[in-house]
Design a protein around this ligand. Sequence first.
Ligand code: TA6
Length: 328
Amino acid sequence: MPVDIQPDRVVLRHPAGASTTVLLYGATVISWIAPSHSGLASTSGLTERLDTPGGVPATASHDAAGIAPLGAAAQFKSSDAAPPSERLFVSSLASLDGTKPVRGGIPICWPIFGPPSRDEYKGLKQHGFARSSVWSYGETVLDAAEGVSARFVLQNSAETEKVFPQPFKLVYTVTLAEHQLTTSLRVYNTGAQPLTFQALLHNYFRGDAAVAQVQPLKGIGYVDKVRDGARDTEQRDTVDVRQYTDRVYETAGGAYTLSFPPSTHLSIKTHNLPDVTVWNPQETGSGMADMEPGGWERYVCVEPGYVARFVSLPGGGEWWGQQVLTVL
Ligand code: TA6
């Protein structure tokens, strides 16, 4: 069953063995199981065409983020070397019952990232309320050999209006291909007043943090939250997280490779998410009640976002941000 709708989650299954699970709480992706493979020359996503009104244009070509139309998925090689494996980290102490944001997977940070930095958001908790709200399952967008895609919806409610008085509609599209997971967030300003927000996809990638490498970030300016927000420029060809790391790289290029040498490499390509946070708490993670013992040794967060500034969406407007995660 490619799309398995359960009371608290939706499981997407790809015929080639990949799967992903989306908790309705926070529309949090809590699992992405995918096979490894080599030789994929370029990444190609599915969702940007699915996520665009009017569906998949017949002659769509790669767009700036290197994302190609639906049919490109068929170019993936089917000769997978290793069996599918879990690509995301979720702490064994994470709450999955809706009592608190999930410690792991892909939490959605919206309408703010980090603690409230403006008076208008003072009623919000860190990273906003999207990750701690119950979303509704919207629809199955695609159910084919190329991929399986589902849409989730969150709209303003009496609950959100207590802390965020503006009307909005969020539509989150999750698309699973053989080696790829694409998640897209579309924000609709359903009110008449401008809607200002930040957005970030807080990916917890499973792997040995001691060998993790993120690139290319050399020459990119960043805010270092470990050094009280000091600004600096990355000097390294590859960024590791062997030390406590919490850096927001600004206007970072939008395309990254995360490696867990020698054999695991992932591509992260983004649309309209110009910044990227790299985070691993190291031993400071032991202070988090929902962090499993030593959990920080088994993940690195690489989090594309629009967070160095705020989006200001006019009344009736819409905004779209996307990430395409590919196992290389
Ligand atoms: O994205 C990195 C970060 O902002 C860190 O500063 C740390 O706070 C992390 O998010 C986890 O935040 P959370 O609210 O989920 O505990």
